[in-house]
Design a binder for this molecule. Sequence first.
Ligand SMILES: [Fe+2]
Length: 135
Amino acid sequence: MAIEWNETYSVGVELFDEHHKQLFVLLHKLELCNENSQENDDLINKTLKELMEYTHYHFSEEEKALERYNYNDLERQKKGHAYFVSQIEDYHSKYLGGSKPQLTDVVNFLNEWLLQHILDSDFRYTQLLKDKIIN
Ligand SMILES: [Fe+2]
C-alpha cells in the first residue's frame, strides 16, 4: 500500500521533506506498474532506475549537510543509506536479469525502509539542522 507523506514525517528541513515526498511519489509510481506485460517490465526497470538515481541524490545531499554541521552519527547514517541503495540496486538487477521478485514485496520493503529512514534515522538530525540554511 502506498504511503503518502504527511506533516508528522517532517524532519524540520524543507528541502529534505521535499526529497522524502518525491521518494514516496516514486514508490507509488512503482506500485502502479502492472507486472503482467513486457511493456510494464520496462516501466518497472525505468521506475526502479529513477528511484535509484533520486535516492542517490537525496542521500548525498543529506550527507553533505550532516558533514557540514559535524553530525556525530554520520557513519551510521551513511551505512543505512548504503544498505538501502544496495537493496534497490539488487531489485533492479533482478528485474533486468529476468528473475523478478513480486512487485508488492519490493514496494512493501522499500516503503517500510523509507518510513524507518525518516522516523528513526532522519529524526535524529532534526535538532541539529532545524535552524540551519540547507539548500
Ligand atoms: Fe532522508
